[in-house]
Design a protein around this ligand. Structure first.
Ligand code: M6R
Length: 607
Protein backbone atom coordinates (compact mmCIF):
# COMPACT_ATOMS: atom_id res chain seq x y z
CA UNK A 1 0.00 0.00 0.00
CA UNK A 2 1.06 3.60 -0.46
CA UNK A 3 0.93 6.57 1.90
CA UNK A 4 -0.89 9.80 1.10
CA UNK A 5 -0.87 13.28 2.62
CA UNK A 6 -2.53 16.49 1.47
CA UNK A 7 -2.41 19.93 3.11
CA UNK A 8 -4.39 23.07 2.32
CA UNK A 9 -2.34 25.17 4.69
CA UNK A 10 -1.06 28.57 5.70
CA UNK A 11 2.58 27.68 6.35
CA UNK A 12 5.26 26.44 3.92
CA UNK A 13 4.12 22.98 2.98
CA UNK A 14 7.17 21.06 1.70
CA UNK A 15 8.67 20.29 5.12
CA UNK A 16 5.29 19.40 6.54
CA UNK A 17 4.56 17.00 3.69
CA UNK A 18 7.92 15.34 4.19
CA UNK A 19 7.41 15.10 7.95
CA UNK A 20 4.15 13.28 7.32
CA UNK A 21 5.66 11.04 4.63
CA UNK A 22 8.31 9.92 7.10
CA UNK A 23 5.50 8.63 9.31
CA UNK A 24 3.98 6.88 6.32
CA UNK A 25 7.17 5.34 5.03
CA UNK A 26 6.24 2.01 6.65
CA UNK A 27 3.45 1.75 4.07
CA UNK A 28 5.81 1.68 1.08
CA UNK A 29 9.21 3.04 0.16
CA UNK A 30 9.87 2.36 -3.52
CA UNK A 31 9.72 6.08 -4.34
CA UNK A 32 8.33 9.29 -2.90
CA UNK A 33 7.15 12.65 -4.15
CA UNK A 34 5.42 15.89 -3.33
CA UNK A 35 3.65 18.57 -5.35
CA UNK A 36 2.60 22.08 -4.38
CA UNK A 37 0.77 25.09 -5.73
CA UNK A 38 3.68 27.49 -6.28
CA UNK A 39 1.78 30.67 -7.21
CA UNK A 40 -0.74 31.83 -9.76
CA UNK A 41 -2.29 28.40 -9.48
CA UNK A 42 0.81 26.66 -10.94
CA UNK A 43 1.69 23.21 -9.63
CA UNK A 44 5.24 21.85 -9.38
CA UNK A 45 6.47 18.39 -8.40
CA UNK A 46 9.56 16.98 -6.71
CA UNK A 47 10.08 13.21 -6.87
CA UNK A 48 12.76 10.64 -6.07
CA UNK A 49 13.27 6.93 -6.42
CA UNK A 50 13.80 5.13 -3.10
CA UNK A 51 13.19 6.41 0.37
CA UNK A 52 12.05 9.76 1.75
CA UNK A 53 15.71 10.69 2.41
CA UNK A 54 16.24 10.76 -1.36
CA UNK A 55 13.24 13.05 -1.77
CA UNK A 56 14.54 15.33 0.98
CA UNK A 57 17.79 15.70 -0.93
CA UNK A 58 15.90 16.62 -4.11
CA UNK A 59 13.82 19.22 -2.24
CA UNK A 60 16.95 20.65 -0.59
CA UNK A 61 18.40 21.23 -4.07
CA UNK A 62 15.18 22.48 -5.61
CA UNK A 63 12.97 23.94 -2.88
CA UNK A 64 9.22 23.80 -3.38
CA UNK A 65 7.68 27.04 -2.16
CA UNK A 66 3.99 26.46 -1.54
CA UNK A 67 1.41 26.34 1.24
CA UNK A 68 -0.93 23.82 -0.39
CA UNK A 69 0.37 20.47 -1.53
CA UNK A 70 0.15 16.68 -1.68
CA UNK A 71 2.66 13.90 -1.01
CA UNK A 72 3.04 10.19 -1.58
CA UNK A 73 5.23 7.28 -0.63
CA UNK A 74 4.90 4.37 -3.04
CA UNK A 75 4.65 0.60 -2.88
CA UNK A 76 4.73 -0.31 -6.54
CA UNK A 77 1.90 -2.26 -8.17
CA UNK A 78 1.70 -1.19 -11.84
CA UNK A 79 5.01 -0.03 -13.21
CA UNK A 80 8.56 -0.51 -11.93
CA UNK A 81 9.69 1.32 -8.79
CA UNK A 82 11.53 4.07 -10.69
CA UNK A 83 11.41 7.85 -11.02
CA UNK A 84 9.03 8.04 -13.93
CA UNK A 85 6.45 5.97 -12.06
CA UNK A 86 6.83 7.93 -8.81
CA UNK A 87 3.77 9.90 -7.70
CA UNK A 88 2.48 12.62 -7.96
CA UNK A 89 1.39 12.13 -11.57
CA UNK A 90 0.47 15.05 -13.74
CA UNK A 91 -1.76 15.39 -16.79
CA UNK A 92 -2.59 18.88 -18.02
CA UNK A 93 -4.10 20.82 -15.11
CA UNK A 94 -4.27 17.79 -12.81
CA UNK A 95 -1.65 16.48 -10.38
CA UNK A 96 -2.54 13.61 -8.07
CA UNK A 97 -1.43 10.80 -5.78
CA UNK A 98 -3.14 7.43 -5.47
CA UNK A 99 -3.20 4.36 -3.24
CA UNK A 100 -4.88 1.27 -4.72
CA UNK A 101 -5.26 -0.41 -8.09
CA UNK A 102 -7.42 0.68 -11.01
CA UNK A 103 -8.54 -2.60 -12.53
CA UNK A 104 -9.93 -1.17 -15.78
CA UNK A 105 -6.91 1.06 -16.42
CA UNK A 106 -5.85 -0.76 -19.61
CA UNK A 107 -9.21 -0.17 -21.24
CA UNK A 108 -9.31 3.49 -20.09
CA UNK A 109 -5.73 4.05 -21.24
CA UNK A 110 -6.53 2.66 -24.70
CA UNK A 111 -9.44 5.06 -24.95
CA UNK A 112 -7.32 8.05 -23.86
CA UNK A 113 -4.50 7.11 -26.25
CA UNK A 114 -7.01 6.87 -29.08
CA UNK A 115 -8.17 10.38 -28.16
CA UNK A 116 -4.59 11.61 -28.68
CA UNK A 117 -3.43 11.80 -25.06
CA UNK A 118 0.15 10.84 -24.23
CA UNK A 119 1.40 9.12 -21.08
CA UNK A 120 4.68 9.58 -19.24
CA UNK A 121 4.49 6.63 -16.82
CA UNK A 122 3.54 2.93 -16.76
CA UNK A 123 1.16 3.36 -13.86
CA UNK A 124 -2.56 2.82 -13.61
CA UNK A 125 -2.67 6.09 -11.64
CA UNK A 126 -1.84 8.35 -14.57
CA UNK A 127 -5.07 7.27 -16.23
CA UNK A 128 -7.02 8.97 -13.41
CA UNK A 129 -5.15 12.25 -13.89
CA UNK A 130 -5.73 12.09 -17.65
CA UNK A 131 -9.43 11.39 -17.23
CA UNK A 132 -9.97 14.30 -14.81
CA UNK A 133 -8.05 16.60 -17.12
CA UNK A 134 -10.16 15.47 -20.07
CA UNK A 135 -13.34 16.18 -18.10
CA UNK A 136 -12.03 19.64 -17.10
CA UNK A 137 -11.29 20.34 -20.74
CA UNK A 138 -15.00 19.95 -21.51
CA UNK A 139 -15.66 22.89 -19.18
CA UNK A 140 -16.75 20.99 -16.08
CA UNK A 141 -16.01 22.46 -12.63
CA UNK A 142 -13.27 20.58 -10.68
CA UNK A 143 -15.57 18.69 -8.30
CA UNK A 144 -17.93 17.67 -11.13
CA UNK A 145 -15.04 16.57 -13.35
CA UNK A 146 -13.66 14.58 -10.43
CA UNK A 147 -16.96 12.81 -9.76
CA UNK A 148 -17.41 12.03 -13.47
CA UNK A 149 -13.98 10.38 -13.40
CA UNK A 150 -14.62 8.42 -10.22
CA UNK A 151 -17.75 6.97 -11.81
CA UNK A 152 -15.60 5.44 -14.55
CA UNK A 153 -13.07 3.73 -12.28
CA UNK A 154 -13.21 0.07 -11.33
CA UNK A 155 -10.94 -1.07 -8.51
CA UNK A 156 -9.58 0.51 -5.37
CA UNK A 157 -8.43 4.03 -4.73
CA UNK A 158 -7.64 6.70 -2.20
CA UNK A 159 -6.81 9.92 -4.02
CA UNK A 160 -5.52 13.41 -3.31
CA UNK A 161 -5.73 15.82 -6.25
CA UNK A 162 -4.46 19.33 -7.05
CA UNK A 163 -5.97 21.30 -9.92
CA UNK A 164 -3.89 23.98 -11.61
CA UNK A 165 -5.69 27.32 -11.31
CA UNK A 166 -7.23 26.45 -7.92
CA UNK A 167 -4.72 27.49 -5.23
CA UNK A 168 -7.09 26.78 -2.36
CA UNK A 169 -8.33 23.29 -3.21
CA UNK A 170 -7.51 19.62 -2.72
CA UNK A 171 -9.93 16.94 -3.89
CA UNK A 172 -9.97 13.53 -2.27
CA UNK A 173 -11.88 10.27 -2.67
CA UNK A 174 -11.88 6.76 -1.28
CA UNK A 175 -13.10 3.39 -2.45
CA UNK A 176 -11.42 0.23 -1.20
CA UNK A 177 -8.51 2.19 0.32
CA UNK A 178 -8.88 4.29 3.45
CA UNK A 179 -8.66 8.09 3.55
CA UNK A 180 -9.13 10.53 6.41
CA UNK A 181 -9.78 14.26 6.57
CA UNK A 182 -7.98 16.16 9.33
CA UNK A 183 -9.42 19.43 10.62
CA UNK A 184 -6.96 22.15 11.61
CA UNK A 185 -7.29 25.84 12.53
CA UNK A 186 -7.92 27.51 9.17
CA UNK A 187 -6.24 24.64 7.35
CA UNK A 188 -7.33 21.17 6.28
CA UNK A 189 -5.54 17.86 5.78
CA UNK A 190 -6.05 14.64 3.92
CA UNK A 191 -4.22 11.43 4.84
CA UNK A 192 -4.17 7.73 4.16
CA UNK A 193 -4.53 7.20 7.91
CA UNK A 194 -4.71 9.18 11.13
CA UNK A 195 -0.93 8.86 11.55
CA UNK A 196 -0.43 10.90 8.38
CA UNK A 197 -2.24 13.94 9.74
CA UNK A 198 -1.08 13.27 13.33
CA UNK A 199 1.65 15.95 13.36
CA UNK A 200 -0.94 18.63 12.51
CA UNK A 201 -4.25 17.69 14.12
CA UNK A 202 -6.01 15.03 16.17
CA UNK A 203 -9.49 15.92 14.82
CA UNK A 204 -10.17 13.34 12.16
CA UNK A 205 -13.03 12.31 9.87
CA UNK A 206 -12.89 8.78 8.48
CA UNK A 207 -14.38 8.94 5.00
CA UNK A 208 -16.86 6.21 4.16
CA UNK A 209 -16.60 3.88 1.18
CA UNK A 210 -17.39 5.85 -2.00
CA UNK A 211 -17.09 9.30 -0.36
CA UNK A 212 -15.38 12.16 -2.14
CA UNK A 213 -14.40 15.51 -0.69
CA UNK A 214 -13.30 19.04 -1.57
CA UNK A 215 -10.96 20.66 0.98
CA UNK A 216 -10.25 24.38 1.21
CA UNK A 217 -8.87 26.61 3.96
CA UNK A 218 -12.44 27.32 4.95
CA UNK A 219 -13.49 23.70 5.46
CA UNK A 220 -14.60 20.58 3.66
CA UNK A 221 -17.49 19.46 1.51
CA UNK A 222 -18.08 15.70 1.66
CA UNK A 223 -20.32 13.80 -0.78
CA UNK A 224 -21.29 10.15 -0.68
CA UNK A 225 -21.06 7.78 -3.66
CA UNK A 226 -24.46 8.93 -4.95
CA UNK A 227 -23.24 12.54 -5.01
CA UNK A 228 -25.38 13.65 -2.05
CA UNK A 229 -23.77 16.12 0.37
CA UNK A 230 -23.19 14.38 3.73
CA UNK A 231 -21.83 15.12 7.20
CA UNK A 232 -19.42 12.61 8.75
CA UNK A 233 -18.57 12.46 12.45
CA UNK A 234 -15.38 14.12 13.65
CA UNK A 235 -13.37 11.92 16.03
CA UNK A 236 -10.66 13.08 18.35
CA UNK A 237 -7.91 10.49 18.09
CA UNK A 238 -5.63 10.02 21.09
CA UNK A 239 -2.29 11.75 20.63
CA UNK A 240 -0.20 8.86 19.41
CA UNK A 241 2.84 10.93 18.51
CA UNK A 242 4.82 9.59 21.43
CA UNK A 243 4.06 6.02 20.45
CA UNK A 244 5.54 6.71 17.04
CA UNK A 245 8.95 7.53 18.39
CA UNK A 246 11.61 4.83 18.53
CA UNK A 247 12.88 6.15 21.84
CA UNK A 248 16.23 4.57 22.62
CA UNK A 249 15.67 1.66 20.26
CA UNK A 250 17.42 1.35 16.92
CA UNK A 251 14.36 0.09 15.11
CA UNK A 252 10.61 0.13 15.54
CA UNK A 253 10.63 -3.66 15.46
CA UNK A 254 12.96 -3.79 18.45
CA UNK A 255 10.80 -1.28 20.32
CA UNK A 256 7.64 -3.18 19.43
CA UNK A 257 9.08 -6.46 20.69
CA UNK A 258 9.78 -4.69 23.99
CA UNK A 259 6.30 -3.11 23.99
CA UNK A 260 4.67 -6.54 24.18
CA UNK A 261 4.19 -6.92 27.93
CA UNK A 262 2.30 -3.60 27.97
CA UNK A 263 0.40 -4.29 24.74
CA UNK A 264 -0.74 -7.70 25.98
CA UNK A 265 -1.55 -6.31 29.41
CA UNK A 266 -3.81 -3.63 27.92
CA UNK A 267 -5.42 -6.14 25.58
CA UNK A 268 -6.01 -8.80 28.21
CA UNK A 269 -7.53 -6.22 30.58
CA UNK A 270 -10.18 -5.49 27.96
CA UNK A 271 -11.21 -9.17 27.73
CA UNK A 272 -11.25 -10.30 31.35
CA UNK A 273 -12.64 -9.07 34.62
CA UNK A 274 -9.57 -9.15 36.82
CA UNK A 275 -11.55 -8.75 40.06
CA UNK A 276 -13.71 -11.82 39.54
CA UNK A 277 -11.12 -13.62 37.37
CA UNK A 278 -13.68 -14.28 34.66
CA UNK A 279 -13.55 -13.90 30.90
CA UNK A 280 -15.45 -10.77 29.83
CA UNK A 281 -15.42 -10.75 26.04
CA UNK A 282 -17.21 -7.68 24.64
CA UNK A 283 -20.01 -8.11 22.06
CA UNK A 284 -23.08 -10.29 21.99
CA UNK A 285 -21.64 -13.52 20.61
CA UNK A 286 -23.40 -16.57 22.05
CA UNK A 287 -20.64 -19.17 21.88
CA UNK A 288 -22.97 -21.87 23.20
CA UNK A 289 -25.21 -21.48 20.15
CA UNK A 290 -22.37 -21.34 17.62
CA UNK A 291 -21.88 -24.32 15.32
CA UNK A 292 -18.43 -23.36 14.16
CA UNK A 293 -15.98 -20.52 13.71
CA UNK A 294 -14.33 -19.59 10.43
CA UNK A 295 -11.16 -17.52 10.78
CA UNK A 296 -9.85 -15.70 7.71
CA UNK A 297 -6.54 -13.83 7.65
CA UNK A 298 -3.16 -13.40 5.96
CA UNK A 299 0.46 -13.64 7.07
CA UNK A 300 1.13 -13.34 10.76
CA UNK A 301 -2.55 -12.70 11.49
CA UNK A 302 -3.30 -16.08 9.91
CA UNK A 303 -0.80 -17.69 12.26
CA UNK A 304 -2.48 -16.01 15.26
CA UNK A 305 -5.69 -17.57 13.96
CA UNK A 306 -4.08 -21.02 13.90
CA UNK A 307 -3.09 -20.60 17.55
CA UNK A 308 -6.71 -19.63 18.21
CA UNK A 309 -7.94 -22.82 16.51
CA UNK A 310 -5.80 -25.01 18.78
CA UNK A 311 -7.01 -23.28 21.92
CA UNK A 312 -10.70 -22.87 21.07
CA UNK A 313 -11.13 -26.44 19.84
CA UNK A 314 -9.24 -27.88 22.79
CA UNK A 315 -10.88 -25.82 25.53
CA UNK A 316 -14.36 -25.16 24.14
CA UNK A 317 -14.88 -28.15 21.85
CA UNK A 318 -16.02 -25.72 19.17
CA UNK A 319 -14.89 -26.48 15.60
CA UNK A 320 -12.67 -23.76 14.11
CA UNK A 321 -11.48 -23.53 10.51
CA UNK A 322 -8.63 -21.16 9.72
CA UNK A 323 -7.86 -20.26 6.16
CA UNK A 324 -5.56 -17.98 4.24
CA UNK A 325 -7.92 -15.29 2.98
CA UNK A 326 -6.53 -15.15 -0.57
CA UNK A 327 -7.42 -18.84 -1.08
CA UNK A 328 -10.68 -18.73 0.81
CA UNK A 329 -12.16 -15.83 -1.16
CA UNK A 330 -11.93 -17.58 -4.51
CA UNK A 331 -12.67 -21.22 -3.74
CA UNK A 332 -16.39 -20.98 -2.99
CA UNK A 333 -16.20 -22.57 0.46
CA UNK A 334 -19.31 -24.26 1.85
CA UNK A 335 -20.59 -21.95 4.58
CA UNK A 336 -23.61 -22.03 6.85
CA UNK A 337 -25.35 -19.12 8.64
CA UNK A 338 -24.88 -20.78 12.08
CA UNK A 339 -21.15 -20.05 11.97
CA UNK A 340 -19.22 -16.96 13.05
CA UNK A 341 -16.56 -15.52 10.78
CA UNK A 342 -13.62 -13.90 12.55
CA UNK A 343 -11.31 -11.78 10.43
CA UNK A 344 -7.88 -11.32 12.00
CA UNK A 345 -6.02 -8.25 10.82
CA UNK A 346 -3.63 -5.76 12.36
CA UNK A 347 -4.51 -3.09 9.80
CA UNK A 348 -8.14 -4.00 9.15
CA UNK A 349 -7.49 -3.14 5.51
CA UNK A 350 -5.84 -6.23 4.00
CA UNK A 351 -7.65 -6.64 0.67
CA UNK A 352 -7.90 -10.45 0.69
CA UNK A 353 -9.07 -10.63 4.29
CA UNK A 354 -11.67 -7.95 3.66
CA UNK A 355 -12.97 -9.79 0.60
CA UNK A 356 -13.15 -13.09 2.52
CA UNK A 357 -15.02 -11.35 5.34
CA UNK A 358 -17.50 -9.82 2.91
CA UNK A 359 -18.03 -13.21 1.27
CA UNK A 360 -18.93 -14.76 4.64
CA UNK A 361 -21.27 -11.90 5.42
CA UNK A 362 -22.99 -12.38 2.06
CA UNK A 363 -23.72 -15.97 3.17
CA UNK A 364 -25.55 -14.68 6.24
CA UNK A 365 -22.79 -15.36 8.76
CA UNK A 366 -22.37 -13.20 11.83
CA UNK A 367 -19.04 -11.43 11.71
CA UNK A 368 -16.27 -10.21 14.01
CA UNK A 369 -12.81 -8.79 13.57
CA UNK A 370 -9.75 -8.93 15.83
CA UNK A 371 -8.08 -5.71 14.76
CA UNK A 372 -5.60 -3.03 15.76
CA UNK A 373 -6.90 -0.18 13.58
CA UNK A 374 -10.29 0.38 15.15
CA UNK A 375 -11.46 2.80 12.47
CA UNK A 376 -10.48 0.50 9.63
CA UNK A 377 -12.81 -0.77 6.93
CA UNK A 378 -13.11 -4.20 8.53
CA UNK A 379 -13.93 -2.68 11.92
CA UNK A 380 -16.72 -0.68 10.32
CA UNK A 381 -18.24 -3.62 8.46
CA UNK A 382 -18.51 -6.30 11.14
CA UNK A 383 -21.10 -7.05 13.81
CA UNK A 384 -18.51 -7.23 16.61
CA UNK A 385 -15.14 -5.49 16.89
CA UNK A 386 -12.56 -7.15 19.13
CA UNK A 387 -9.76 -4.59 19.29
CA UNK A 388 -6.21 -5.32 20.27
CA UNK A 389 -4.70 -2.57 22.38
CA UNK A 390 -1.02 -2.73 21.51
CA UNK A 391 -0.80 0.75 19.92
CA UNK A 392 0.24 1.51 16.34
CA UNK A 393 2.62 -1.06 14.86
CA UNK A 394 5.12 0.53 12.49
CA UNK A 395 7.70 -2.21 11.84
CA UNK A 396 6.68 -4.14 8.74
CA UNK A 397 7.32 -7.39 10.59
CA UNK A 398 4.40 -7.86 12.93
CA UNK A 399 5.34 -8.58 16.56
CA UNK A 400 3.25 -6.89 19.22
CA UNK A 401 0.09 -7.16 17.11
CA UNK A 402 0.65 -10.94 16.94
CA UNK A 403 0.89 -11.43 20.70
CA UNK A 404 -2.06 -9.10 21.26
CA UNK A 405 -4.11 -11.09 18.72
CA UNK A 406 -3.15 -14.32 20.46
CA UNK A 407 -4.16 -12.75 23.80
CA UNK A 408 -7.64 -12.12 22.39
CA UNK A 409 -7.81 -15.69 21.07
CA UNK A 410 -6.98 -17.05 24.51
CA UNK A 411 -9.71 -14.92 26.14
CA UNK A 412 -12.20 -16.08 23.48
CA UNK A 413 -11.25 -19.71 24.10
CA UNK A 414 -11.85 -19.36 27.84
CA UNK A 415 -15.14 -17.47 27.33
CA UNK A 416 -16.36 -20.03 24.80
CA UNK A 417 -15.37 -22.95 27.04
CA UNK A 418 -17.29 -21.45 29.95
CA UNK A 419 -20.40 -20.63 27.91
CA UNK A 420 -20.42 -24.11 26.40
CA UNK A 421 -20.15 -25.76 29.82
CA UNK A 422 -16.73 -27.28 29.10
CA UNK A 423 -15.08 -25.70 32.15
CA UNK A 424 -16.47 -24.80 35.57
CA UNK A 425 -16.11 -21.54 37.52
CA UNK A 426 -12.95 -22.68 39.27
CA UNK A 427 -11.23 -23.62 36.01
CA UNK A 428 -12.29 -20.35 34.38
CA UNK A 429 -10.78 -18.44 37.29
CA UNK A 430 -7.58 -20.46 37.10
CA UNK A 431 -7.23 -19.86 33.37
CA UNK A 432 -7.94 -16.12 33.65
CA UNK A 433 -5.31 -15.82 36.37
CA UNK A 434 -2.85 -17.63 34.09
CA UNK A 435 -3.66 -15.17 31.32
CA UNK A 436 -3.21 -12.18 33.60
CA UNK A 437 0.25 -13.48 34.53
CA UNK A 438 1.34 -13.73 30.88
CA UNK A 439 2.66 -10.13 30.43
CA UNK A 440 5.14 -10.69 33.29
CA UNK A 441 6.37 -13.92 31.66
CA UNK A 442 6.65 -12.22 28.26
CA UNK A 443 8.83 -9.57 29.90
CA UNK A 444 11.03 -12.32 31.37
CA UNK A 445 11.32 -13.97 27.96
CA UNK A 446 12.38 -10.65 26.43
CA UNK A 447 15.14 -10.68 29.06
CA UNK A 448 16.75 -13.50 27.03
CA UNK A 449 17.80 -10.93 24.45
CA UNK A 450 21.53 -10.98 25.20
CA UNK A 451 21.68 -14.78 24.97
CA UNK A 452 19.80 -14.67 21.67
CA UNK A 453 22.09 -11.96 20.29
CA UNK A 454 24.98 -14.41 20.77
CA UNK A 455 23.24 -17.04 18.63
CA UNK A 456 22.34 -14.54 15.92
CA UNK A 457 25.85 -14.18 14.53
CA UNK A 458 25.94 -17.90 13.68
CA UNK A 459 22.42 -18.08 12.29
CA UNK A 460 23.19 -15.07 10.09
CA UNK A 461 25.69 -17.26 8.17
CA UNK A 462 23.08 -19.88 7.33
CA UNK A 463 21.49 -20.28 3.94
CA UNK A 464 18.43 -22.11 5.29
CA UNK A 465 16.86 -22.39 8.72
CA UNK A 466 14.23 -24.91 9.80
CA UNK A 467 11.71 -24.23 12.59
CA UNK A 468 9.88 -27.15 14.20
CA UNK A 469 7.17 -27.41 16.84
CA UNK A 470 4.14 -29.43 17.84
CA UNK A 471 0.64 -28.32 18.82
CA UNK A 472 0.41 -24.54 19.06
CA UNK A 473 4.21 -24.46 18.71
CA UNK A 474 3.78 -25.70 15.12
CA UNK A 475 2.05 -22.38 14.46
CA UNK A 476 4.87 -20.55 16.19
CA UNK A 477 7.32 -22.46 13.98
CA UNK A 478 5.57 -20.90 10.97
CA UNK A 479 5.80 -17.48 12.62
CA UNK A 480 9.49 -17.89 13.45
CA UNK A 481 10.25 -18.80 9.85
CA UNK A 482 8.14 -15.95 8.47
CA UNK A 483 9.85 -13.40 10.76
CA UNK A 484 13.32 -14.60 9.78
CA UNK A 485 12.75 -14.65 6.05
CA UNK A 486 10.97 -11.32 5.82
CA UNK A 487 13.59 -9.24 7.60
CA UNK A 488 16.87 -11.15 7.12
CA UNK A 489 16.18 -12.67 3.65
CA UNK A 490 17.38 -16.07 4.87
CA UNK A 491 15.31 -18.94 3.54
CA UNK A 492 13.36 -20.45 6.43
CA UNK A 493 10.62 -23.07 6.74
CA UNK A 494 8.30 -23.77 9.63
CA UNK A 495 6.98 -27.32 10.07
CA UNK A 496 4.88 -29.34 12.44
CA UNK A 497 7.69 -31.45 13.90
CA UNK A 498 5.79 -34.67 13.17
CA UNK A 499 6.15 -33.88 9.48
CA UNK A 500 9.93 -33.97 9.77
CA UNK A 501 10.22 -37.57 8.60
CA UNK A 502 7.93 -36.91 5.67
CA UNK A 503 10.34 -34.68 3.85
CA UNK A 504 12.12 -31.83 5.64
CA UNK A 505 14.58 -34.20 7.33
CA UNK A 506 16.30 -34.36 3.96
CA UNK A 507 17.37 -30.75 4.53
CA UNK A 508 19.21 -31.58 7.74
CA UNK A 509 22.97 -31.15 7.54
CA UNK A 510 25.62 -29.59 9.74
CA UNK A 511 25.10 -26.17 8.18
CA UNK A 512 21.36 -25.81 8.72
CA UNK A 513 20.29 -24.41 12.07
CA UNK A 514 17.15 -26.19 13.30
CA UNK A 515 15.10 -24.22 15.80
CA UNK A 516 12.95 -26.57 17.88
CA UNK A 517 10.22 -24.89 19.93
CA UNK A 518 9.40 -27.17 22.83
CA UNK A 519 8.04 -25.89 26.13
CA UNK A 520 7.41 -28.61 28.69
CA UNK A 521 3.87 -29.51 27.63
CA UNK A 522 2.05 -32.66 26.50
CA UNK A 523 3.94 -32.58 23.19
CA UNK A 524 7.38 -32.22 24.78
CA UNK A 525 8.49 -35.87 24.62
CA UNK A 526 7.63 -36.07 20.93
CA UNK A 527 9.51 -32.85 20.17
CA UNK A 528 12.50 -34.12 22.15
CA UNK A 529 12.49 -37.28 19.96
CA UNK A 530 12.53 -35.11 16.87
CA UNK A 531 15.50 -33.29 18.33
CA UNK A 532 17.35 -36.59 18.73
CA UNK A 533 16.52 -37.55 15.13
CA UNK A 534 17.89 -34.27 13.87
CA UNK A 535 21.06 -34.49 15.97
CA UNK A 536 21.68 -38.07 14.82
CA UNK A 537 22.00 -36.60 11.32
CA UNK A 538 24.43 -33.86 12.30
CA UNK A 539 21.75 -31.17 12.67
CA UNK A 540 22.66 -28.04 14.63
CA UNK A 541 19.77 -27.69 17.08
CA UNK A 542 18.74 -24.45 18.75
CA UNK A 543 16.43 -25.85 21.40
CA UNK A 544 13.96 -23.24 22.68
CA UNK A 545 12.33 -24.64 25.76
CA UNK A 546 11.40 -23.52 29.28
CA UNK A 547 12.78 -24.02 32.78
CA UNK A 548 10.98 -27.37 33.10
CA UNK A 549 11.84 -28.57 29.60
CA UNK A 550 15.53 -27.92 30.07
CA UNK A 551 15.58 -30.55 32.84
CA UNK A 552 14.24 -33.21 30.48
CA UNK A 553 15.82 -32.29 27.16
CA UNK A 554 18.16 -34.78 25.46
CA UNK A 555 21.79 -33.63 25.59
CA UNK A 556 23.55 -32.43 22.48
CA UNK A 557 21.75 -29.28 21.36
CA UNK A 558 24.14 -26.68 20.02
CA UNK A 559 22.31 -24.01 22.01
CA UNK A 560 19.53 -24.15 24.57
CA UNK A 561 17.35 -21.09 25.09
CA UNK A 562 15.44 -21.31 28.36
CA UNK A 563 12.24 -19.28 28.54
CA UNK A 564 10.22 -19.04 31.76
CA UNK A 565 7.90 -21.99 32.40
CA UNK A 566 4.28 -21.22 31.59
CA UNK A 567 0.88 -22.85 31.43
CA UNK A 568 0.17 -24.25 27.91
CA UNK A 569 -2.64 -21.68 27.67
CA UNK A 570 -0.11 -18.86 27.29
CA UNK A 571 3.05 -20.62 26.10
CA UNK A 572 2.69 -19.21 22.56
CA UNK A 573 2.78 -15.72 24.08
CA UNK A 574 5.88 -16.48 26.12
CA UNK A 575 7.75 -18.32 23.35
CA UNK A 576 7.08 -15.56 20.78
CA UNK A 577 9.71 -13.17 22.12
CA UNK A 578 12.70 -15.53 21.59
CA UNK A 579 11.83 -16.19 17.95
CA UNK A 580 11.13 -12.52 17.24
CA UNK A 581 14.41 -11.51 18.88
CA UNK A 582 16.31 -14.15 16.92
CA UNK A 583 14.95 -12.85 13.61
CA UNK A 584 15.61 -9.28 14.68
CA UNK A 585 19.24 -9.80 15.71
CA UNK A 586 20.03 -11.93 12.67
CA UNK A 587 18.74 -9.10 10.48
CA UNK A 588 20.84 -6.58 12.43
CA UNK A 589 23.97 -8.75 12.03
CA UNK A 590 23.27 -8.92 8.30
CA UNK A 591 22.82 -5.14 8.16
CA UNK A 592 19.34 -5.54 6.71
CA UNK A 593 16.74 -2.78 6.70
CA UNK A 594 14.77 -4.17 9.62
CA UNK A 595 11.73 -1.87 9.62
CA UNK A 596 11.42 -1.61 5.86
CA UNK A 597 12.42 -4.94 4.32
CA UNK A 598 12.70 -5.07 0.57
CA UNK A 599 9.54 -5.58 -1.49
CA UNK A 600 7.23 -5.58 1.54
CA UNK A 601 4.59 -3.14 2.72
CA UNK A 602 2.98 -2.97 6.12
CA UNK A 603 -0.52 -3.56 4.90
CA UNK A 604 -1.46 -5.15 1.61
CA UNK A 605 -4.51 -3.26 0.42
CA UNK A 606 -4.26 -4.70 -3.08
CA UNK A 607 -4.64 -8.30 -4.23
O1 M6R B 1 -2.78 -6.07 8.58
P1 M6R B 1 -2.88 -7.57 8.51
O2 M6R B 1 -2.73 -8.20 9.84
O3 M6R B 1 -4.14 -8.02 7.82
O4 M6R B 1 -1.66 -8.02 7.63
C1 M6R B 1 -1.49 -9.37 7.30
C2 M6R B 1 -0.10 -9.64 6.76
O5 M6R B 1 0.14 -8.85 5.63
C3 M6R B 1 0.98 -9.35 7.81
O6 M6R B 1 0.78 -10.10 8.97
C4 M6R B 1 2.37 -9.71 7.23
O7 M6R B 1 2.48 -11.07 7.02
C5 M6R B 1 3.49 -9.21 8.16
N1 M6R B 1 4.54 -8.63 7.37
C6 M6R B 1 4.09 -10.30 8.97
O8 M6R B 1 5.13 -9.86 9.77
Amino acid sequence: MCGIIGIVGKQPVAERLIESLKRLEYRGYDSAGIAGVVGQGRVERRRAQGKIKALEAVVAEQPLVATTGIGHTRWATHGAPNLKNAHPHTAGRVTLVHNGIIENFAELKAELLAAGRTFESDTDTEVIAQLIDAELATGLAPLTAFKATLDRLTGAYALAVLIEGDDNLILGARRGSPLVVGEGEGEMFLGSDALAVGPFTNRVIYLEEGDYVALTHQGHEIHDASGARVQRAVRVVPASAVMLEKGNYRHFMEKEIHDQPDGCQRTISAYVDALSSTAAVPGDIDFAALERIQIVACGTSFIAGVVGKYLIEQLADLPVDVEIASEFRYRQPALRPGALVIAMSQSGETADTLAALRYCKSKGMKSAVVVNAQESTMAREVDVVWPIHCGPEIGVASTKAFTAQVSVMIALAVAAAKQRGKIDDAEEQRLVKVLLEAPRLIAEAIGLEDAIKDIAADVAKARDVLYLGRGPMSALALEGALKLKEISYIHAEGYAAGELKHGPIALVDDKTPIVILAPYDSWFEKSASNMSEVMARGGQVIFVTDTEGVKHAPAGAKVVVTAPASDPLVSTLVMSAPIQLLAYHVAVVKGADVDQPRNLAKSVTVE
